[in-house]
Write a protein that binds this ligand. Structure first.
Ligand code: SF4
Length: 301
């Protein structure tokens, strides 16, 4: 299965640009998030249990130690010698610029680190932060700003308690682009109250704004979240693998040629995941997606 026949993957982009494999290594700099510390809210997004989507990065320690350990593991598995430090847990621009610079500088100083991927919320990227990220890009580092949007519909954002609007996201994209930053947007398929058509509309809207990349995963219902309580009360319908791969195949088919896909699915962690159980089987999901892409290609030929 060569997914790159149909999908412009981030891995292929990096391989082409650097002439060798480049992998992300997760870093936990012990940030929090304005949707948890009371600035925007205290409960967080209804689906969020951060430990469940970055389980390998939950033990915060010195950034240099985290990177050294992660590099060793990834390198043993893939042979990669170049890496991007991925600030993944919580909102990784939520701090003073001085602190952020200290964290990012420490990461970039580690051997083999060629860049940064910084995950955050659209309402957490003030100008000084964008300026800081742009300075790294000007120095030749591979810099990605990853904005969590999940849905472009304000009624959904409200329902999942995101604490920001679609307009906040549009504003963040426009300002980041003005600094020349590369942007990846995170979307979730199967959010409560959303039909596949709404996921596709969100995708179209994000692409129309000119983002460089997309990261997609199905809605995971994980322990310790408000969503889990809603699911137990039968208030949330779970997504099927069939429906997820249909939506994903359609997104890939309508994507502009230069749009990168940083991720096509998320593999739920057994210890936290309540539903859908199929999401634990990443290769089954990708296999089904591949067959659908193959079929749609044959149909259009
Ligand atoms: S998903 Fe992100 S923005 Fe939402 S509560 Fe969790 S860390 Fe905060």
């Amino acid at each position: 299965m060569d997914m790159t026949r149909y999908v412009n993957t981030f891995g292929r982009y990096l391989q082409k640009k650097y002439g060798e494999k480049v992998h992300k290594v997760s870093v936990n700099a012990s940030f929090t998030c304005p949707n948890r510390d009371g600035t925007k809210g205290i409960g967080g997004c209804t689906f969020c249990n951060n430990a469940s989507f970055s389980p390998g990065s939950t033990k915060a320690g010195a950034i240099s130690d985290q990177i050294a350990q992660a590099k060793e593991k990834v390198s043993a598995r893939t042979g990669a010698q170049k890496f991007i430090a991925y600030f993944q847990s919580y909102s990784n621009t939520y701090g003073s610029v001085e602190d952020l610079k200290r964290y990012y500088d420490e990461a970039l100083a580690q051997p083999g680190i060629i860049g940064l991927a910084v995950g955050t919320r659209p309402d957490c990227v003030p100008e000084p932060v964008l300026e800081l990220l742009a300075t790294y890009q000007h120095q030749g580092y591979e810099v990605w700003l990853e904005l969590g949007l999940q849905s472009s519909f304000d009624h959904t954002l409200e329902r999942i308690n995101r604490g920001h609007t679609y307009d906040d996201y549009v504003d963040a994209v426009n300002r980041a682009k003005a600094h020349g930053l590369k942007l990846c947007t995170h979307l979730i398929v199967g959010l409560p109250g959303e039909e596949p058509e709404e996921s596709l509309i969100s995708f179209d809207r994000v692409v129309a704004l000119g983002v460089d990349a997309i990261k997609i995963h199905p809605l995971h219902i994980v322990k310790g979240t408000q969503l889990a309580r809603q699911w137990r009360h039968g208030e949330v319908t779970e997504l099927t693998m069939e429906s997820y791969t249909d939506v994903l195949a359609e997104m890939i088919n309508r994507a502009p040629e230069d749009l990168l896909f940083h991720r096509l699915t998320g593999s739920g962690e057994r210890q936290y995941l309540l539903s859908p159980s199929w999401s634990m089987h990443k290769w089954d999901v990708l296999g089904l997606l591949y067959r659908k892409l193959e079929n749609s290609c044959q149909t259009s030929n």
